[in-house]
Design a protein around this ligand. Structure first.
Ligand SMILES: O=C(O)CCC(=O)C(=O)O
Length: 581
């Protein structure tokens, strides 16, 4: 076991860390809360809540009649309903906040440290090696073709991780606004956070989720171990999938192929929640919080809409590189296990500044999330000075907490320990303008379908879309025609280039034959054909040299580019990405 793992294990086994000892009282409180969550202390989701689980298609506020009172199926809504008689005015329907909200929410710095437990310690399973190691090596090779599968520890992050984690904790600004979900109706939340696009950390939204008790690694392995989850992407953007049981063995291993030594471990980031029994089961175990029920992409249809919900399982040092979310959508992200360090910058900070690629010493460094947090961000801040620093929001998310990321905010996330989370992206009335403007250029044909269905279901928004187009002098139908024409021309140009290449090769062969008449046979023609087939073989991305039916599955079945009807030249077609986007 590495020193990193041992450190985490001690915290877990001993039930106390140095910091926790220093804040004994606070730590005890935290431990009690943690135990409550892990031992089944969290209440089960009530029947009404489970009736509108994510897969259930329930959506408040559809057809333009946004429900302005707290939802009756939220804890706050239930309380409000119980205490209010008759039709109370909407303003009056704001629920009472939990007592001592401020002190409860502004937890001491030492408190979160007490939460460090390494669930992996309790995960007794088959040892990592042989076939599993081979599968994971293959996944690594496909995910990082620029690196050898055995070179994932070359920057030695694991050796200094405890120190780095402590430094990150000290450096953490902890300046996010914290609220309690019970204190907010959708209307109030929209006014205070969605419309002004202000990030926040929300407590209490997941208290009734079965996931809080059920999404321990042991149970996930027992029930879903045989299911494949996406843990990376190959160079062409196709999903790399492995069975959960293999991934968990990888996470739990400190041998040369294991995640405990990897600088930036593979990260499960899976959006395929739609069709199989397991997805359905997972969908039953959380619910879309009452603040995020409006889901306007729903009108595009389940098959056609862009990917929008992901389950995330990652080791310490894995994470998400700095990015903004696709098509101007906002996101909520609820952590079920572990701790995540979040860093956010507002949309007005340029991409090149937040990425900081010019500040990387490429010979000796990488730009994975762990590198960005450890070295690149301090350089970005040094260069950007106090003005940039004042724009940054940074905090540590703990189990049960939900982060709201408004449209177009840059965000980077580093997993500080073993984490399990769920996240969904959405378009609502609150961010519709931004999403429409990006969808009409990023997913033109889908935008046209969407506008058409909105006309039936939310005519106010269909009208708003036309209004925005008029304002910006944008003609969607014309754009689609122009894009089709561009695509047609590109196709022709490609075909012609291929033809020219073939003719040239043919000429060369002929010349060669002339100068050496003995060297002419059918193999020459085969040569031409091989060009194409070699390329096909590469693009299937199958794991090399493995006869394993369970080798990392880069077959492309998991491509997440949505409908596939338009491969527009826009970044926004890309999905949310782990690691480096
Ligand atoms: O790794 C994470 O939890 C962050 C996920 C994220 O940034 C995203 O889904 O856009």
């Amino acid at each position: 076991m590495t020193s990193t793992a041992a450190g985490a294990g001690q915290q877990s086994a001993g039930g106390a860390t140095r910091e926790a000892a220093a804040a004994k009282q606070a730590g005890a409180e935290a431990e009690a809360e943690r135990k409550g969550a892990l031992d089944g202390g969290a209440p089960k989701m009530d029947a009404r809540a489970s009736a509108s689980v994510p897969g259930g298609g329930s959506e408040a506020g559809s057809k333009g009649s946004e429900d302005q009172t707290p939802r009756a199926d939220s804890p706050a809504g239930a309380r409000a309903a119980a205490t209010k008689k008759g039709a109370a005015a909407q303003e009056d329907a704001e629920p009472a906040c939990p007592s001592g909200e401020d002190t409860l929410l502004q937890r001491s710095e030492a408190l979160w440290a007490a939460f460090y437990t390494d669930e992996l310690e309790g995960l007794v399973g088959k040892p990592f090696g042989g076939r599993t190691a081979k599968i994971m090596r293959s996944a690594k090779r496909e995910h990082r073709t620029d690196m050898s599968a055995r070179g994932w520890d070359k920057y030695g992050h694991h050796k200094r991780w405890e120190k780095v984690r402590a430094t990150l904790k000290e450096r953490n600004l902890d300046n996010v606004r914290r609220i309690h979900g019970d204190c907010y109706s959708l209307e109030r939340f929209r006014k205070e956070f969605e419309l002004p696009a202000q990030p926040c950390l929300i407590h209490g939204l997941a208290d009734a989720w079965p996931a809080r008790t059920e999404w321990g690694l042991k149970r996930l392995r027992e029930d879903f171990g045989e299911r494949k989850f996406k843990c990376g992407e190959d160079d062409e953007g196709y999903a790399i999938k492995v069975k959960l049981k293999h991934f968990l063995r990888y996470m739990n291993s400190d041998n040369e192929d294991g995640a405990k030594l990897d600088d930036s471990p593979l990260y499960i980031f899976d959006s395929h929640f739609d069709d199989d029994r397991i997805s359905k089961q997972l969908l039953q175990e959380y619910r879309v919080p009452h603040l995020f029920q409006e889901d306007l992409f729903r009108h595009v249809g389940e098959r056609r809409r862009p990917p929008y919900r992901w389950i995330l399982i990652g080791s310490e040092r894995s994470g998400s590189g700095v990015h903004d979310d696709p098509l101007g959508t906002s996101a909520w992200n609820t952590l079920v296990r572990g701790h995540k360090l979040w860093t956010l910058f507002p949309p007005d900070v340029p991409r090149s500044v937040v990425k900081g690629r010019s500040l990387v010493d490429w010979k000796n460094e990488d730009d994975e999330p762990v590198d960005w947090n450890e070295f690149i961000l301090p350089r970005i801040l040094e260069k950007g000075g106090p003005e940039l620093r004042s724009k940054m929001i940074q905090f540590i998310q703990k189990p049960g907490e939900t982060v709201f990321v408004p449209s177009d905010w840059w965000h980077a996330v580093l997993n500080l320990d073993t984490t399990v989370a769920v996240t969904q992206n959405f378009c609502s009335t609150g961010n519709f303008d931004r999403v429409w403007r990006q969808t009409r250029t990023g997913r033109r044909k889908m935008a046209r379908t969407w506008r058409r269905t909105l006309q039936l279901e939310r005519d106010d928004l269909a009208k708003r879309a036309y209004e925005l187009d008029k304002m910006d002098n944008f003609d969607l139908d014309q754009e689609i025609e122009a894009a089709d024409e561009r695509r047609r021309r590109r196709k022709i140009a490609k075909k012609e280039a291929k033809k020219r290449k073939r003719q040239q090769q043919h000429k060369q062969h002929k010349l060669a034959k002339k100068s050496d008449p003995s060297d002419g046979n059918e193999a020459d023609d085969d040569q031409d054909d091989n060009d194409g087939s070699a390329k096909d073989a590469k693009s299937t991305g199958s794991s090399s040299g493995s006869s394993d039916s369970e080798s990392a599955d880069g077959s492309g079945s998991g491509s997440e580019s949505g409908s596939g009807d338009e491969s527009d030249d826009n970044d926004d077609n890309k999905t949310k990405n782990n690691n480096n986007n």
